[in-house]
Structure formats: structure tokens, C-alpha cells
Unconditional design. Structure first.
Length: 177
């Protein structure tokens, strides 16, 4: 009879608990029996996975776009540039609509704001108003951000470069009419 029982065991397909026991034996681990107090003593502290998300909000949660941009600007040290470009976008409100119609800011570097005028007459007018423009810009940006305004006039066409340029030539003449 024992031979019939051995044949049944060989034909038995391990599933469920039997399969787990055979895998554990193959790996060299034996499952331990659960006991109430000894299990509590042997329980290891679970290590917290830094990639696992918890119930509390953290940096990986979706963030509002404005706070993310503010953090990026602060980390990169762009706050002065961003403030100056904000002034560029509000130029008309800062200097007035009439002046803004005839001049516009081009760049800001090292405390100098470069302003381009539509004509030489408006360039002269902006040069006369430069202290007022500096004061208004510093009101918007903070004290001593802008130290001076450099005013440039309109730029005419340049004939010094291009396929029809003449080296050491006399330059353009009155050929327009």
C-alpha cells in the first residue's frame, strides 16, 4: 500500500501551499510558524522607500505653475532679469503713453537701461527726461537697480556689409531721386 501512496505523491501537481513550500525548500528557506508574541518580537522595522508616496503632500505632488516658476527663477538667479522684463512689458504705464509711442526699452545690463528712440528729436527728448525715467524705473524695480538710461537714436541702413559693398569706397551718395 505504501507503494501506491508514493506513486500518488509523485503524480501530485503541487499548487497553493504545497507549491510555496517546495519553492521555499528549493531556495533554502523554510517557512516559520506564526506565533503571536514571538512574531511581534521578530518583526523588523520597515524601511521607508524614498520613492513611495505617502498621505502627506511632498515635492512630487502636482504643484501650481506660478510657485514652480517662482522657485525656478529664484534658483537660477533670474529675479532681476525677470523684473526688468516685466518693466519692459509695462513700459507704457511707467513712462506714459506719449513717450512710449516714440521710444522703447531694448536691454538692461549692469545698471544701464538702453532705450531706442524713433527719431533723433525724440532721442534728445528722452535724454532730457532721463533722470525722471531712472526714478520711475527704480520705483518699479527697487532703489539703485537702474543707475542710468542710455538713449540711442534710430539706426539707418548700413552699406558697409553685403554683396555690393565697396572696400575703401566713398560710401553711398544721393542716388535716391
Amino acid at each position: 500500500m505504501s507503494s501506491d501512496h508514493d506513486d500518488d505523491r509523485e503524480r501530485h501537481d503541487p499548487v497553493g501551499l504545497d507549491l510555496a513550500r517546495s519553492v521555499a525548500r528549493a531556495l533554502g528557506r523554510t517557512p516559520r510558524a506564526k506565533t503571536g508574541s514571538s512574531q511581534a518580537r521578530r518583526r523588523r522595522r520597515r524601511t521607508v522607500d524614498p520613492q513611495a508616496s505617502g498621505a502627506a503632500p511632498d515635492d512630487r505632488d502636482p504643484q501650481p505653475l506660478d510657485s514652480t516658476i517662482e522657485r525656478l527663477v529664484a534658483e537660477r538667479g533670474w529675479s532681476g532679469d525677470v523684473a526688468m522684463h516685466g518693466v519692459f512689458s509695462r513700459w507704457s504705464a511707467i513712462v506714459g503713453p506719449e513717450l512710449a509711442e516714440h521710444c522703447w526699452p531694448e536691454r538692461f545690463a549692469d545698471g544701464v537701461a538702453t532705450v531706442r528712440a524713433a527719431s533723433t528729436a525724440w532721442a534728445t527728448q528722452v535724454r532730457l527726461l532721463a533722470p525722471t525715467v531712472v526714478r520711475r524705473l527704480n520705483e518699479e524695480l527697487g532703489d539703485d537697480t537702474v543707475q542710468r538710461v542710455h538713449v540711442v537714436g534710430p539706426v539707418g541702413p548700413s552699406w558697409s556689409k553685403g554683396p555690393r559693398a565697396v572696400r575703401d569706397g566713398r560710401g553711398p551718395r544721393d542716388t535716391y531721386g
